[in-house]
Each structure stands twice: as structure tokens, then as C-alpha cells.
Design a protein around this ligand. Structure first.
Ligand code: NDP
Length: 451
């Protein structure tokens, strides 16, 4: 049987674009359909614009810091419109690069929605059927909003980059990555931020000590964080949004932002009719090689709800090409993935939390929390955390958790050592880089506790 293409990729995000390009480089005939903008969540409405907003927001503290270091500066207001114009110009530029890379790789682009008709056919929005030997679904995910009265008045992280003006006040609902990152960003940009999280502490799943310090730091910087609190109902009132909380409090905010999780984009894709199995959250069920129940259909990235991180989607895309187009079956390694949460303060983490490790085996915990010299000199009270969770039996560093400026940069490097199976003694044998914050990772002599 002959097909129009060897591979048809649905979704032009980080995973889909990488898989398409690398597959095309093997000589395969490849097409890719994207219904919105090339680059997907990460480039258009996620990691990239978010990080630029983290940078923008960080300047608010720098005025004070600069004065403490002897500079003669006066504070000025943040001009959202000026920043937003530049931000969108940058996103346009990046989208252009993604397109050029696909063009340069001879991947045919369809600027349209595509759905799956059968194991070897996709249908584009204009009703055209296109056949392919393999179909790769990389359609990502979207924010979900709780089902409650007035929820339609709220916004999500998708909308934040498009706002005409910065709100004076905002309520952020949720305690995950997105809620906590935007609480810090908007607080830094001068918005009065209230955050509701229904659980006992934000950033569930991260190391308890680290999440505690992040929450403390966020509060010190001005985020009004309410734990054990959720939103009951909301409605438009007095030019803002009136909100009633589970603790009985009522307040009016300019905006309410839901960051209450994300759902895989599988609705109306024709996947189940084609024989693809979906999980309880609507995610595509795949095996270790990203293959679905239908042998010719694969899926990678957030739509599979494995680990929702851009570099993981890219790796899944590369492993798919290795497996299907290079004859080298390759499983994706989802172990020991380093990651950063761009909260203020920032959190970097790799491996097991203290709580997880203690469940598995006896551990030693090496930990230090201190005021770094740059903040101490500026008169800031922020503390940083450097923490290693070490196996008593193997001496391996099972987890590393850092709360500090640039924790994301540090954890990338510590992640190599942890991934290699470095022991505490390997860390100790490494000479400290002085004076830095990260040197504490190699100079902690006595465990803080054993468990
Ligand atoms: P998360 O799953 O991290 O957080 C969702 C939050 O919403 C949780 O605090 C959850 O509470 C809460 N929640 C869920 N439902 C409700 C509800 N009905 N009412 C109130 N609260 C609710 O999702 P995010 O959307 O923040 O992020 C999605 C994924 O994107 C992350 O898991 C991450 O993988 C990725 N991401 C990564 C980033 C990075 O690498 N820096 C940045 C941003 C996103 P509970 O804990 O009680 O379930």
C-alpha cells in the first residue's frame, strides 16, 4: 500500500516539530499540521513568555538592591504595554524560526486542524483525507477550569500574555507550577496578588522543606497566600470579580486566574473511533516506545500525560524517530528528570524528595539554609536552601533540592552528577567554587538528620 506520507504529525509544539524534523532528516516524507501557532504551548503561551515575564518582574527588587550597593536610582513604574509589544515581537520571531526549521527540513506544513480518521488517515479541517504510514499525535494540553458558578469570568495562563492592561489586583487559584510561578511574576510587576490553594502547602509532590521555603519567600515578597482555601463562587460586580472563599471571606479582584491543572487535547480527535485507547483524564495511553494500541499511531508530549515538560516531549519525539525510522527501538528514560519551578524564590530539583526516599530506604539528609551574601549585603531577608538526600546503604545522592536565585541553572549541573549515580563522597571530593551559593552542595559535612 502506498501512502501520501511516511509520517503525519499532528501538533506543532516542541515535541511534534522535533520529531517531524528528525524523521525528515532520515529521508522520510513528512507532513505536520498545526491549527494555531507553530511552537505550541512552550513557545507561544508557556515556558518562553513566562520566563521573560519572570525576568521582567525580577527588576522590581533590583531597584532596592542597587541602592543598597551604592547606586543612585529612583523607582519607576512598569509599562506593561511596552513590555507586551516586545514580548510578542519575540514570540513572532521564535515562531518564524520554528517554521523555517520545518521548511528547511522539507517538512510540509498544514496550517489547519487535523483529526484521525483511521489508523493511516488524517482529515484536515477542510475535509481533505491524507494518508500516512505512521501518525504521530503531539497535540499537547490545555488549562482546565473548575466547574463552579461564575468560572467563566476567570482567565487562565493562556490569557495572561494577551491582557490589555495589568490588573491592580488578582486572585490566583491553585498551588501547582503555574499558579505559584504567576503569583511571583505578577507580584513582582506590582499587582496585588492573592493566591488560594486548597491543600496544606503549595507545590505538592516537591520536597516538603523546599516547598515550605518557597512559600515563605513568596509571602515575604508580598504574595497573600491562603492555604486550605478554595473558591466557592464568583460573579462580576462593581467593575471587578466578586469572589466567595471556602473560609467565608468575600473580596473583589480585578481578575481571577485559574491555574488548576491541564487536560490533554484529545477531544474530537477521532482517536477512540480509530482504536486508540484513552485514559481517565483523556490522555493517550502509550507503551514505553510511545506507541498506542493502534500500531501505526504514536503519541508524545503532554497529550500522553507522562511528564508534562518540554524537554521530555522533545526526548519522546527523538526516541520515536529512533524507534520507527532508524530501526533502533528506544525507550524514553523518565528517571531522574531535573526540573525547575520559576517561583520567586526559584526551586530546582532532581531525584527523590526526602519524604519519598524515607519510604524506600534509610537516608541521611544534608541540608543548609542561609542568607546568601548578595542578599545579606542588600539587607534582604531571603534565605536559600541546599539539600541532599543520601542513601545510607549505597551512599548515592538520591535527591538534590535547591531554593535560590538561579536554582534552575544549578540543578541542571547537579542533575548530571545525580543521573550518573554520584555518591555523597563524590560530591565531597569536588572542590568548592568560592564564594558561591552552590559550594554548600560540596561542603556539608554532617547530616542534619537520618531517617
Ligand atoms: P499542576 O498539576 O502542577 O497544579 C494544579 C493545581 O491546581 C494543584 O495545586 C491542584 O491542587 C489545583 N487544583 C486542581 N483542581 C482544582 C480545583 N478544582 N480547585 C482548586 N484547585 C485545584 O498543574 P499546572 O497547571 O500548574 O501545570 C501543569 C503542568 O505543566 C505541570 O505539572 C508541569 O509539569 C508543567 N509546567 C512546568 C513548568 C516548569 O517546568 N517550570 C511551568 C509550568 C507548567 P492539588 O495539589 O490539591 O491537586
Amino acid at each position: 500500500m502506498t501512502f501520501d506520507y511516511d509520517l503525519f504529525v499532528i501538533g506543532g509544539g516542541s515535541g511534534g516539530v522535533r520529531a517531524a524534523r528528525v524523521a525528515a532528516a532520515t529521508g522520510a516524507k513528512v507532513a505536520l499540521a498545526e491549527e494555531y501557532r507553530m511552537g505550541g504551548t512552550c513557545v507561544i503561551r508557556g515556558c518562553v513568555p513566562k520566563k521573560l515575564m519572570v525576568f521582567a518582574s525580577g527588576y522590581s527588587e533590583m531597584f532596592d538592591d542597587a541602592r543598597a550597593y551604592g547606586w543612585d536610582l529612583t523607582d519607576g513604574p512598569f509599562d506593561w504595554t511596552r513590555f507586551r509589544t516586545k514580548l510578542h515581537a519575540e514570540l513572532d520571531r521564535l515562531e518564524g524560526i520554528y517554521r523555517k526549521l520545518l521548511d528547511g527540513s522539507d517538512v510540509e506544513i498544514f496550517d489547519t486542524r487535523a483529526t484521525v480518521k483511521d489508523p493511516h488517515t488524517v482529515t484536515t479541517a477542510d475535509g481533505r483525507d491524507i494518508t500516512a504510514k505512521h501518525i504521530l499525535v503531539a497535540t499537547g494540553g490545555r488549562p482546565v477550569v473548575p466547574d463552579m458558578p461564575g468560572a467563566e469570568h476567570g482567565i487562565t495562563s493562556n490569557d495572561i500574555f494577551l491582557l490589555d492592561q495589568m490588573p491592580k489586583s488578582i486572585l490566583i487559584v491553585g498551588g501547582g507550577y503555574i499558579a505559584s510561578e504567576f503569583a511571583g511574576i505578577l507580584n513582582g510587576l506590582g499587582v496585588a496578588v492573592t493566591q488560594f490553594y486548597r491543600g496544606a502547602q503549595i507545590l505538592r509532590g516537591f520536597d516538603d522543606e523546599a516547598r515550605g521555603l518557597v512559600a515563605e519567600g513568596m509571602r515575604e515578597k508580598g504574595v497573600d497566600l491562603h492555604l486550605g482555601t478554595n473558591i466557592v463562587e464568583m460573579e462580576k460586580r462593581d467593575g471587578g470579580i466578586w469572589v466567595k472563599a471556602t473560609n467565608g471571606n468575600e473580596a473583589i479582584y480585578d481578575q481571577v486566574m485559574f491555574a488548576t491543572g491541564r487536560a490533554p487535547n484529545t477531544d474530537g480527535m477521532g482517536l477512540e473511533d480509530a482504536g486508540v485507547e484513552l485514559g481517565r483524564q483523556g490522555q493517550i495511553v502509550v507503551d514505553d516506545y510511545s506507541q498506542t494500541k493502534v500500531p501505526s499511531i504514536y503519541a508524545i508530549g503532554d497529550v500522553t500525560n507522562r511528564v508534562q515538560l518540554t524537554p521530555v516531549a522533545i526526548r519522546e519525539g527523538m526516541a520515536f524517530v529512533e524507534t520507527v525510522f532508524k530501526g533502533n527501538p528506544t525507550k524514553v528514560d523518565h528517571e531522574l528528570i531535573p526540573s525547575a519551578v520559576f517561583t520567586q524564590p526559584e526551586l530546582g530539583t532532581v531525584g527523590l524528595t526526602e519524604e519519598q526516599a524515607r519510604e524506600i530506604e534509610p537516608v541521611e539528609v544534608y541540608c543548609t539554609s542561609f542568607k546568601p551574601m548578595n542578599h545579606a549585603f542588600a539587607g534582604r531577608s531571603d534565605r536559600v536552601l541546599m539539600k541532599l538526600v543520601v542513601s545510607v546503604a549505597s551512599r548515592k545522592v538520591l535527591g538534590c533540592h535547591i531554593v535560590a536565585d538561579h536554582a534552575g541553572e544549578m540543578i541542571q549541573l547537579a542533575g548530571i552528577a545525580v543521573k550518573m549515580g554520584a555518591t555523597k563522597e563524590d560530591f565531597d571530593r569536588t572542590v568548592a567554587v568560592h564564594p558561591t551559593m552552590a559550594e554548600e552542595l560540596v561542603t556539608m559535612k554532617e547530616p542534619m538528620r537520618t531517617a
